[in-house]
Design a protein around this ligand. Structure first.
Ligand code: 3HC
Length: 692
C-alpha cells in the first residue's frame, strides 16, 4: 500500500508512503483516488494529506514516462480532490515538487513546515506541469510569479510561498496544525479554481520569453509552459486543464524530455555503489598543496562545507598569494549574498596558509593542486607522506599526468587517488575521481564522501592522458583547429556550437581558461604524439604572439578595455597564412558541417574511452560532458545525443570523413560493434578499470 488512510474523529488522514521520495506512480494515484471515495463515504469533515518520512512528494514517477500513461491519470485524481465536497488540507514537510505541488494546489488549504520546499521542476525534465500546475497556480499567485516558478523550475521556501499567497500557513508541525484547523475557517477558504483568473500582462510575458531566449535557448518546455499558462487565462478551468494535459503528453514523449530524463537518472546514479563497503576516512582537516586559482577554489569549497583547510605553499610569497586568493573568493561570495558575515568569519577562522608541513600532521586528506610537472608532484607527495598520518588519503588534482607514476613516489600507493576539480572549483559541479592501479577502496570511498560533502557529481575514471573530460576536449579542440586551418574563423566555429546549445564555443572558452595551459600540454605531449597525426600550429603561433586569452586582453578574440569580446581579423589572417604555408586550399564549412565534425570527434573518442574502461558507463561520460564542459544537458549529454543519432549513422559519417584523414577519423571499434549489433552506447558497460 503506497497510500494509507485512517480516521481520527471526523478528520481523515491520508499518508503517501512510497519511499524514498513518495514519487506519484500508478499505485499512489490509485490510492489517492480511493482515499477521495473513502472520505466521501465516511462523510468526513476534512481530509489531511501528507507524506511519510518527512517528505510530501517529489512529483510524478518519472520512471513511468517511457511507457504509455495508465489510468487513473493524475489530473483526474486531483480533479476528484478539488471537486470533492470534503475539503482537503496539504500538510507539507520535505518537498512538494511537480505532481506533489499539484496535489497541494488541488487541496483547499496548504500548510508548510518552515524548511519545506514547494516547486514545479517539470521543465528540468523537459515537460510542463501536467496535473493542473499551469492552470491552478496563476489563480493563487498571479501570472508573473507563476511563469517565474514554472519556467525556472526553482522551488520556493515556505516563507516565500506564504508571502506570495501560495500557501496559507507555516508551522513547525504542519500535520498537527492541520488537525487543529477550525472547520468554519476552512470553509471560508476559496478553492484555487474559484478564485478570479490572473490578469494577462503582455509586457511581463514578453520579458519572460526574452529571458528564456537568453538562459534556456533551445529548450522547448519552458516556452510551451508560458503558452499554456497564457491560454488558460481566458478559459474555464476544465478547458485549460485539457490543453495542459495535451501539451504535457506531447512533451513527455519528446526527444528533449527523454534526454533530460537520461541526465536526471544519470545524476542520481552518480554516488558510491553499494558494493563499495569500505569506510571513508573522517573528513575534518584537509591539506591543499598550492594556493593558485585551483587550490584556492578547492579551499573555499571545503571551507563552505564546514571543513578546516590548510594550504601549503613553497615560500612566503606563495602564502600571501594563497591568502589573497581565498580572501577574494570569501569577499566576493559575501558581496553576492551567498554567505553572511558570520559564515565569512567562520571560513576565515578555519583557514590557514603556511609553508610549514608540520601544521597538517592531523589532516586526513591532502589535495595536491601544484604545478603540472611530474617532478614537482613527486616531491610534493614525498613531503605529504612524511607530514600526514600514515592512513591519510593523498590525492592529486592533476588534469593530465599519470596518477600511477605519482602514486609510485610514496611507500603505499594505495593511499593515492586523483581528485580532479574543475575551475572555478567552488562552483563547478563535476569531480572526476581518478582510480589508479593500486588505489584502495578506502581512498575511493573518501573521494565519494568528499563529493557528497561538497555536493558535487562524482564520476570515477581510469588513468589515461586527460582522463575522460580533457581527453574528449582535446579531440574537440583538434577538430575545431583543423576546421580553422582548412576554412573557418574561430567565431564561425563558436557560433555553430552555441547554436547547438553550448553557452560558448571552443575558442571563447579557451580565451577564458588561457591558451598557455593547452600550449604547455602540447609541449608535454611532443615526444609521444603520433607523427602520422596532423598537427595544427595556429595555437602555437597565438602563444608566440602573446595572445593568451582574456588575461592578456587578446586571444582568439580581442577584449578591448577588458570589456566584451570582439572578432580579431589578425587571427583569421593567421589561419589563412598557416594554411598557405601548408599548401592547403581552404574551403567554406557550413555551420552544420562544423557541428558535425566537432561532435563526431568527441563521440568517437568517448566511445574509445568507454571501450578502454576509462569510464564505467556512457552516462558517466554524459555527466562529465554536461557538468564539466558545458555540453547542453537537454541534448542528453554526449552519448545520449549519440544514441539519438544512432551508431550506424555515426559510423557512416565517420567512414566518410576517414577518406579525408584515416588517422584522425578512425572509427572506434565500440561504435562499429554498436552499429553492427544495433546497440545503444548508453547500454554498454565500460571495460578495463570497470570490468567485473
Ligand atoms: N520520479 C522517479 N524517481 C524519483 C523522482 C521522480 N520524480 N524523484 C526522485 N526519484 C528517485 C531518484 O532517482 C533516487 O532513486 P535511487 O535511490 O534509485 O537512485 C531517489 O528517488 C532519491 O532521489 P535523490 O537521490 O535525488 O534524493 P535527494 O534527497 O538528493 O533529492 C528530491 C530528493 C529533491 C526529491 C530530488 O530527487 C528531486 O528533485 N526529484 C525530482 C523532482 C521532479 O523533477 N519532479 C517533477 C516530476 S514530473 C511531474 O511531477 C509531472 C507532473 O506535473 C504531472
Amino acid at each position: 500500500m503506497t497510500v494509507t488512510t485512517r480516521r481520527e474523529g471526523n478528520v481523515g488522514y491520508v499518508e503517501l508512503d512510497n519511499p524514498p521520495v513518495n514519487a506519484i506512480g500508478l499505485s499512489v494515484r490509485s490510492g489517492l483516488l480511493e482515499a477521495v471515495y473513502w472520505a466521501e463515504k465516511e462523510n468526513l469533515e476534512r481530509v489531511i494529506v501528507s507524506g511519510k518520512g518527512g517528505m510530501f512528494a517529489a512529483g510524478a514517477d518519472a520512471k513511468e514516462f517511457d511507457s504509455a500513461p495508465v489510468e487513473p491519470h493524475l489530473p483526474d485524481v486531483l480533479n476528484a480532490i478539488d471537486e470533492s465536497h470534503i475539503p482537503w488540507i496539504a500538510a507539507i514537510e520535505g518537498v512538494a515538487l511537480g505532481g506533489g505541488a499539484e496535489i497541494a494546489l488541488a487541496c483547499r488549504m496548504r500548510i508548510m513546515a518552515p524548511k519545506a520546499k514547494i516547486g514545479f521542476p517539470e521543465v528540468t525534465l523537459g515537460v510542463i506541469p501536467g496535473a493542473g500546475g499551469t492552470q491552478r497556480l496563476p489563480h493563487l499567485i498571479g501570472l508573473a510569479n507563476s511563469v517565474n516558478m514554472i519556467t525556472t523550475g526553482k522551488p520556493l521556501g515556505a516563507q516565500q510561498a506564504l508571502e506570495i499567497g501560495l500557501i496559507h500557513e507555516v508551522d513547525e508541525e504542519p500535520i498537527e496544525s492541520a488537525f487543529m484547523v477550525n472547520s468554519e475557517a476552512l470553509g471560508c477558504i476559496v478553492p484555487a479554481r474559484d478564485l478570479p483568473p490572473a490578469a494577462h500582462d503582455a509586457e511581463a510575458m514578453a520579458a519572460a520569453r526574452e529571458r528564456l531566449q537568453a538562459k534556456s535557448a533551445g529548450q522547448i518546455a519552458p516556452l510551451r509552459a508560458i503558452e499554456v499558462i497564457e491560454q488558460g487565462l481566458a478559459l474555464p478551468l476544465e478547458e485549460g486543464l485539457a490543453i495542459e494535459r495535451q501539451a504535457f503528453l506531447e512533451l513527455r514523449s519528446s526527444e528533449q524530455a527523454k534526454a533530460l530524463r537520461h541526465m536526471f537518472f544519470s545524476e542520481r546514479a552518480a554516488k558510491a555503489p553499494a558494493s563499495l563497503t569500505a569506510k571513508p576516512v573522517a573528513l575534518e582537516h584537509v591539506a591543499i598543496v598550492g594556493g593558485g586559482t585551483m587550490g584556492s577554489g578547492i579551499a573555499y569549497a571545503l571551507l563552505n562545507a564546514g571543513l578546516k583547510v590548510t594550504i601549503l605553499e613553497n615560500d612566503n610569497d606563495g602564502v600571501e598569494r594563497a591568502n589573497n586568493n581565498v580572501e577574494s573568493i570569501i569577499s566576493a561570495s559575501l558581496k553576492r549574498g551567498m554567505i553572511n558575515d558570520a559564515a565569512a568569519t567562520e571560513h576565515r577562522e578555519r583557514f590557514t596558509a603556511t609553508t610549514d608541513y608540520a601544521q597538517v600532521s592531523n589532516a586526513t586528506l591532502a589535495i595536491e593542486a601544484a604545478y603540472e610537472s611530474m617532478e614537482v608532484k613527486r616531491e610534493v607527495f614525498a613531503a605529504l607522506e612524511k607530514a600526514l598520518p600514515a592512513d591519510a588519503i593523498l590525492s592529486s588534482n592533476t588534469s593530465y599526468l599519470d596518477l600511477n607514476e605519482i602514486a609510485s613516489s610514496v611507500t603505499d600507493p594505495s593511499r593515492v587517488i586523483g581528485l580532479h576539480f574543475f575551475a572555478p572549483a567552488h562552483i563547478m559541479k563535476l569531480l572526476e575521481i581518478v582510480r589508479g592501479e593500486q588505489t584502495s577502496d578506502t581512498a575511493l570511498a573518501t573521494g565519494y564522501a568528499l563529493a557528497k560533502i561538497l555536493r558535487k557529481i562524482p564520476v570515477v575514471v581510469g588513468v589515461c592522458d586527460g582522463f575522460v573530460g580533457n581527453r574528449i576536449l582535446a579531440r574537440y579542440r583538434e577538430a575545431a583547429d583543423t576546421i580553422l586551418m582548412d576554412g573557418s574563423t574561430p567565431w564561425e566555429i563558436d557560433e555553430a556550437m552555441v547554436e547547438f546549445g553550448y553557452a560558448m564555443g571552443p575558442y571563447a572558452a579557451q580565451d577564458l581558461s588561457g591558451l598557455d595551459i593547452a600550449h604547455a600540454n602540447r609541449r608535454r605531449q611532443d615526444s609521444t604524439r603520433d607523427p602520422a597525426r596532423r598537427y595544427i600550429p595556429i595555437a602555437d603561433r597565438m602563444v608566440e604572439l602573446g595572445k593568451l586569452g582574456r588575461k592578456t586582453g587578446a586571444g582568439w578574440y580581442r577584449y578591448p578595455g577588458g570589456a566584451g569580446r570582439v572578432e580579431d581579423p589578425i587571427v583569421a589572417d593567421l589561419a589563412i597564412e598557416e594554411a598557405h604555408f601548408a599548401g592547403i586550399k581552404r574551403v567554406d564549412y557550413t555551420a552544420d558541417e562544423i557541428r558535425e565534425r566537432l561532435l563526431l570527434a568527441m563521440i568517437n573518442e568517448a566511445a574509445d574511452i568507454l571501450d578502454e574502461g576509462i569510464a564505467a558507463s556512457a552516462s558517466d561520460i554524459d555527466l562529465v560532458a554536461v557538468a564539466g564542459y558545458g555540453f547542453p544537458r537537454w541534448r542528453g549529454g554526449l552519448m545520449g545525443y549519440a544514441d539519438s543519432i544512432g551508431a550506424s549513422s555515426i559510423v557512416g559519417k565517420l567512414e566518410q570523413l576517414a577518406k579525408e584523414d584515416a588517422v584522425v577519423w578512425k572509427v572506434s571499434p565500440l561504435l562499429q560493434s554498436c552499429a553492427t549489433d544495433g546497440l545503444l552506447l548508453c547500454d554498454v558497460q565500460g571495460g578495463g578499470t570497470f570490468s567485473a
